[in-house]
Design a protein around this ligand. Structure first.
Ligand SMILES: Cc1ncc(C[n+]2csc(CCOP(=O)(O)OP(=O)(O)O)c2C)c(N)n1
Ligand SMILES: [Mg+2]
Length: 365
C-alpha cells in the first residue's frame, strides 16, 4: 500500500473483514486500461480525484453548516461517472440524478461554477437558484442533475429521440440508481427506446441502497436483465473498475452510433457516505460495518492508479502533483463560490423557462 492509498482510504479499519460481493455475477475487476493513450488514462485518474476532493470538501462544508440545502455525495462511486464520460464525445449528452456532482464533473462542469451554485450564488450554473440537484449546462451536454428519482430517464430518452429525428450520430447516457430502476418510467422509456432503436445508454448505478433500504429488499432479479424482454442487451460491470466501465460504455456507444439501439449497463458500486449528509441525526445504523469496510477496501482511485503505475504511465510524483493541483482547484472553487453575490430577490421569477423560439409565452391581459 502506498502512502497515497493510505490517504484515500483513511477510515478503513486495519483488520477489515472481507465479505463476499453482494452480486451473483460480477465482472472480474482489474480490466486493463492499456488500450487508451497514457494522457487519457491519467486524465481519467485526474477526474476521479477531482470528484473525490470536491465531494470531501462538500462533506466538510456541510458539517460546518456552511452549505444550504440537501447534498447527496458520490464518494466511492467515482469510477462509474468517469468510466462512462471518458467513453463519450464532448457533444454527447447525459442526464443525471440527485447524486449527480460526479456525473457533471466527469462531463466537464467547472468546479467553480458548481461550488457557486451549491452556495446559492449568482455565478452558479443556475444563478444560484437551483442548487445541487439542478446543475445544467447544455453546451457541455449536461441536461441536468435531477431531484426526481427516475426523472432523467425519459428526458435522456427524448434527447436520443431528437438525435435520431435529426439524423445526428450523438449518444445520450441516462444515469439512474437501483431505486429508480423500480420506477414505471424506466420500463416505459426502455420500451420506446427499443421500439424506435434510440441511441441511448441506460446506466444504472447499483450502490446497494435506496435511501436507507438495501437493494435486495426492494428490487427483484438482476437490473441488467430488465431490458431483455424488449431486446435491450444488458451487462453488469464492476462499477469500481473505471476501465471496465469505460469498455462497457464504448461497446454501447458503438452500438448506438451504428443505429442498433439502446443498451443497459448495471454498474455495481457503493456509496461511502449516507444517503444524504446529516442523516446520522435520524437514520440510525443500517449498513453493517464489515460491508462498509469491504467496499472501502475496493477503493476505485488507488486501484486504478496502481494499474497505471504498473503499466509505467504514472509514478508517485505525478500522482501527487495531480492530487495537489485538484486540491488547489477545490480551494479556489470554494473561494470563488463564497465571493460570488447572492441573486437579487427581484429576479426570483426570472429564468424559470428556457428561451423559446417557437412559443410566445407572453400573456396579454
Ligand atoms: C419520484 C421520487 N420519489 C421519491 C423520492 C425520494 N428519494 C430521493 S432519493 C431516493 C432513493 C433513490 O435511490 P437510488 O435510485 O438507488 O439512488 P441512490 O440514492 O442510491 O444514488 C428517494 C426514494 C424522490 N426524490 N423522487
Ligand atoms: Mg441506490
Amino acid at each position: 500500500m502506498t502512502s497515497k492509498d493510505k490517504q484515500l482510504s483513511d477510515t478503513l479499519p486495519a483488520e477489515a473483514e472481507v465479505v463476499p460481493e453482494p452480486v451473483s455475477d460480477p465482472t472480474e475487476p482489474g480490466v486493463s486500461a492499456a488500450s487508451w493513450p497514457p494522457d487519457e488514462q491519467r486524465h481519467m485518474l485526474r477526474m476521479m480525484i477531482r470528484i473525490r476532493r470536491f465531494e470531501e470538501r462538500l462533506a466538510l462544508l456541510f458539517k460546518r453548516g456552511e452549505l444550504p440545502g440537501f447534498v447527496h455525495l458520490y464518494l466511492g462511486e467515482e469510477a462509474v461517472a468517469v468510466g462512462v464520460c471518458s467513453a463519450l464525445r464532448a457533444d454527447d449528452r447525459i442526464t443525471s440524478t440527485h447524486r449527480g456532482h460526479g456525473h457533471v464533473i466527469a462531463k466537464g462542469a467547472g468546479v467553480e461554477r458548481m461550488m457557486a451554485e451549491l452556495f446559492g450564488r449568482v455565478d452558479g450554473y443556475c444563478r444560484g437558484k437551483g442548487g445541487s440537484m439542478h446543475i445544467v449546462d447544455f453546451s457541455l451536454g449536461i441536461m441536468g442533475t435531477n431531484g426526481i428519482v427516475g426523472g432523467g430517464i425519459p428526458i435522456g430518452t427524448g434527447s436520443a429521440w431528437g438525435d435520431k429525428q435529426l439524423g445526428r450520430d450523438n449518444v445520450t447516457v441516462v444515469f439512474f440508481g437501483d431505486g429508480a430502476s423500480n420506477q414505471g418510467v424506466f420500463f416505459e422509456s426502455m420500451n420506446l427506446a427499443a421500439i424506435w432503436e434510440l441511441p441511448v445508454i441506460f446506466v444504472c448505478e447499483n450502490n446497494g441502497y435506496t435511501e436507507w433500504t438495501a437493494t435486495e429488499k426492494l428490487t427483484a432479479g438482476h437490473i441488467a436483465d430488465r431490458g431483455i424482454p424488449m431486446g435491450i442487451p444488458g451487462v453488469q460491470v464492476d462499477g469500481n473498475d473505471v476501465a471496465a466501465v469505460r469498455l462497457a460504455v464504448e461497446s454501447a456507444t458503438d452500438r448506438a452510433r451504428a443505429g442498433e439501439g439502446p443498451s443497459l449497463i448495471e454498474a455495481r458500486t457503493y456509496r461511502w457516505h449516507g444517503h444524504n449528509e446529516g442523516e446520522e441525526a435520524f437514520a440510525g445504523s443500517y449498513r453493517p460495518d464489515e460491508e462498509q469496510a469491504h467496499w472501502r477496501q475496493r477503493e476505485p482511485i488507488g486501484a486504478f492508479a496502481r494499474q497505471l503505475m504498473q503499466a509505467g504511465v504514472l509514478d508517485q510524483a505525478r500522482w501527487d502533483s495531480i492530487d495537489a493541483e485538484e486540491t488547489v482547484a477545490i480551494d479556489n472553487a470554494v473561494a470563488f463560490g463564497k465571493a460570488s453575490p447572492f441573486p437579487d430577490p427581484e429576479e426570483a421569477l426570472e429564468h424559470l423557462f428556457a428561451p423559446s423560439t417557437t412559443t410566445d409565452r407572453s400573456v396579454s391581459a
